[in-house]
Design a protein around this ligand. Structure first.
Ligand code: 3PY
Ligand code: MG
Length: 265
């Protein structure tokens, strides 16, 4: 089976840079897969992406060096099976609350007898290779998201679940849960995140986190996270566009308000 290169990097505690796709485009997925990220995640929770889009995006990622991951919309065995059959090498699952949730996630990612994944490997065979079914249980990553008070409270139990390959923190939901806001001070959320990171290190489980941009990602890596996501595709695109516009207008060759939309549209 084609190896899972980020699983190898994470086991060796080498840093992983993860791209994040919210725009339903196979062309964009192909471009992001060639941008230098070690992995690229197709976001079916908050991205504008349905299963048919995700399938085409995973096909596009197959032509790139990036390991394909999917964030599913919720803890749902059927959806998890479908994205694995479509060729994802890992499942990031939002809003995991406790060890029971984590066990259900792991089980959904594993064929019997260790799990409950139903047989029908489809694109798994095409991307992974003819021996996919023999090695899928050891290669596909189960990645619970930690982003609720309940999950932080029982983080040791979640980290102890056999088959949890990495945890992934959602700092925005954590901020909402602990500080009641995403904009402004996140003091309690940051303390919770530091606690989760420390407990994961004790348990020797790899850690990933969503970041607002490259600067945030560099800080999180310095803080000790193994995998960072420097914002999503839309954020990167908007930031590049904003910089391009500012670079032109700052030279005085175009008025700074030329055609600029306001209010978000
Ligand atoms: C969060 O920050 O809550 C996320 O889920 C990031 O995607
Ligand atoms: Mg979240």
């Amino acid at each position: 089976m084609r190896p899972n290169l980020i699983q190898k990097r994470l086991r060796e505690r080498q840093p992983v840079l993860n791209g994040w796709l919210s725009i339903p485009s196979s062309y964009l997925a192909e471009g992001m897969g060639h941008a230098g990220f070690h992995s690229v995640t197709v976001d079916m929770q908050h991205g504008m992406i349905g299963f048919a889009d995700a399938l085409h995006m995973l096909q596009a990622l197959s032509a790139t060096p990036a390991t394909p991951l999917v964030r599913v919309s919720r803890l749902d065995g059927a959806e998890i099976m479908r994205v694995l059959d479509a060729g994802s090498y890992g499942v990031i699952c939002p809003m995991i609350r406790n060890a029971e949730d984590a066990k259900l996630l792991v089980s959904s990612c594993r064929y019997p007898p260790s799990g409950t994944r139903s047989f029908g490997p489809a694109r798994g065979l095409l991307f992974g290779g003819p021996d996919y079914v023999d090695h899928a249980n050891d290669t596909i990553m189960a990645i619970p998201m930690i982003e609720t008070v309940e999950a932080v409270d029982c983080i040791d139990d979640i980290l102890a679940v056999d088959g949890v390959d990495m945890i992934y923190i959602g700092p925005n939901d954590t901020a909402l849960a602990y500080d009641g806001q995403v904009v402004g001070a996140r003091t309690r959320a940051e303390a919770a995140i530091a606690h989760v990171l420390a407990r994961a290190r004790v348990a020797d489980v790899a850690t990933g986190i969503f970041c607002s941009d490259a600067g945030d990602a560099a800080q999180r890596m310095a803080q000790g996270f193994n995998l960072v996501t420097p914002g999503n595709d839309m954020g990167l695109l908007k930031s590049a566009a904003t910089h391009a516009i500012a670079s032109i207008t700052s030279r005085g060759v175009a008025p700074s308000d030329s055609g600029a939309a306001s209010g978000g549209y």
